[in-house]
Design a protein around this ligand. Structure first.
Ligand code: CDP
Ligand code: CDP
Length: 218
């Protein structure tokens, strides 16, 4: 049994998960793991290789040939595929448009969930995604479901100049058969619509305290 713990942060697109997870990692000295980056990296590689994403057999065989390396740089997770870190390409319009389709493939999820769980072998983590509290670490007592009004979330993407159909991704992520986005048992909902980043982090620390986490800020 690992003695390390995980804080699970889930929620829809642009709800503020990454921002919250990054700040919690900084203030509590944890490793921040962006699980979405892993799904994005696999999607990026499949697109680069011209794989027909509607053909699940083709996706699975391309996946099997991929070398996926997950690591840590400072307090943040890293991901590379066949030795390449896709960097900014992870958030391209093409990847935004296809990542939900790729993430719905059970074999993709199985491979990435195993890599996500491996982080607990070496570190305490705050991990953000869609199924962290439901599937990756269902036994963790520390779970937050981050949400925000749909209009606020769409505006947040526009504000940083990203082309991203947030509503389509949310629909696909919530309706898929395997590991759909939903509020995990034991998770507390944090709506960030009217929060600043700082007040959102304070609210999250309150929730984690109520879930029994001993907060020791560094
Ligand atoms: O940051 P943003 O909310 O835009 O998305 P992300 O966290 O980078 O995740 C991108 C996509 O990966 C999501 O829309 C999901 O389709 C998928 N994903 C997932 O299926 N499970 C996770 N644990 C994390 C992401
Ligand atoms: O990871 P996810 O897609 O859920 O969202 P994000 O990339 O962390 O945040 C989306 C945007 O909302 C960022 O530009 C944040 O600066 C902003 N924001 C926030 O995260 N939390 C607030 N309370 C207010 C704004």
């Amino acid at each position: 049994m690992s003695s390390h713990f995980a804080i699970a942060i889930d929620g829809p697109a642009a709800s503020g998960k990454s921002t919250l997870a990054r700040e919690l990692a900084r203030r509590l000295g944890l490793v921040m793991v962006n699980s979405g980056a892993m799904y994005r990296a696999v999607t990026w590689r499949l697109i680069e290789d011209g794989v027909d994403l509607s053909n699940e057999t083709a996706v699975v065989s391309a996946l099997e040939a991929m070398e996926i390396d997950c690591g840590v740089d400072g307090l943040s997770s890293t991901v590379s595929i066949d030795g390449v870190d896709p960097g900014e390409a992870l958030r391209s319009e093409q990847v935004n448009g296809k990542v939900s389709q790729v993430s719905a493939v059970p074999a993709v999820r199985e491979r990435l969930v195993a890599l996500q769980r491996d982080y607990l072998k070496t570190a305490d983590v705050v991990m953000e995604g869609r199924d962290i509290g439901t599937v990756v670490f269902p036994d963790s007592p520390y779970k937050i479901y981050v949400d925000a009004d749909e209009a606020v979330r769409a505006q947040r993407r526009v504000a940083i100049g990203e082309v991203d159909s947030v509503a389509d991704r949310d629909r696909d992520d919530s309706q898929r058969k395997t590991a759909p986005l939903k509020v995990a048992e034991g998770a507390v909902i944090l709506d960030t619509s009217d929060h600043t980043i700082e007040s959102g982090v304070d609210a999250a620390l309150e929730i984690l305290r109520s879930q029994g986490l001993e907060i020791r800020e560094i």
